[in-house]
Design a protein. Structure first.
Length: 277
């Protein structure tokens, strides 16, 4: 993997030289825009809205619109000169339990790997965080923006989670939620039964991107020159108006699926034992 950023984790008087790496790799298929007539790639030009001329990168500056059609501009040197300590480091300012942080704040994940010179201090911090069961709350500047972030341990590797600032989180103000409703005890009991039937361990490997798999299959068919048959979408099942009946049906369906899955697991175990024998 290629590092995206070099700097240091700093907490107290300790500085640990590190590199950041993207922790995720999106697998979505990407489409290009083509001219329908000859399948040439469609290109977009950078043009000035005033004079209409094409503008090269060397003639482009960054500007902030402080009122309609009025801008102040900034050079790269002016922006680079901003005195923000976190530009040069992941500045850990406190440690808190992870459960104190609402997941709505989390944005992107990065692996934090140590430089050779900082390996001992890196492992020391990892051991201390693991023992205390806490995560570091930090500030860091990435891609011309300062972020609130957490530094947490995943196995023996630190993960930096960039976060949204508090004023970037919208308040959930919905008129519908201000209305009162009457939930019966029987409905609540049945809803809890449904949750219990669907409860289990989180196993991400059991989930798959069905849309991407179907799209990849469609691409392969197109490449091989196969004729594509467009099938009609299945009809949606009728909506159950009675909430209690919907809950009962959902509980029964969840129970049946769980029993079927348990039966398949029981069938696979003897086969695995025979194979190992």
């Amino acid at each position: 993997m290629r590092s995206l950023w070099k700097g240091a984790i700093s907490f107290g008087l300790i500085t640990i030289p590190v590199k950041l790496y993207s922790a995720v790799q999106e697998k979505s298929l990407k489409f290009h825009l083509l001219h329908d007539e000859d399948h040439g790639r469609v290109k977009y030009q950078r043009t000035c809205s005033k004079c209409g001329k094409e503008v090269g990168w060397g003639d482009i500056v960054k500007g902030y619109e402080y009122s309609k059609d009025h801008y102040v501009t900034f050079s790269d040197d002016e922006l680079a000169a901003l005195d923000v300590d976190s530009i040069r480091a992941i500045d850990v300012v406190s440690f808190v339990p992870l459960t104190d942080i609402d997941p709505i704040y989390f944005n992107k994940s990065y692996y934090v790997a140590p430089e050779e010179a900082g390996l001992k201090a890196y492992r020391l911090l990892a051991m201390a965080l693991s023992a205390e069961g806490q995560v570091g709350v930090a500030k860091v500047a990435l891609r011309e923006k300062e972020h609130l972030a957490t530094v947490r341990l995943q196995g023996d590797v630190f993960v930096l989670e960039t976060m949204y600032w508090p004023d970037e989180i919208r308040a959930p103000e919905f008129e519908e939620l201000s209305k009162s409703t009457n939930v019966r005890d029987a409905e609540l009991k049945m809803a809890r039964q449904l949750i219990q039937q669907l409860s289990g361990e989180f196993k991400p490997e059991e989930f798959q991107d069905d849309y991407r798999q179907q799209l990849e299959k469609l691409v392969d068919q197109k490449v091989e020159g196969e004729e594509i048959t467009i099938t009609e979408a299945p009809e949606e099942p009728p909506r159950v108006v009675d909430l209690m009946e919907a809950l009962k049906a959902s509980v029964a369906e969840a129970k049946q699926k769980k029993e079927s899955a348990a039966g398949l697991a029981d069938e696979e175990e003897p086969a695995s034992a025979e194979a190992s024998a």
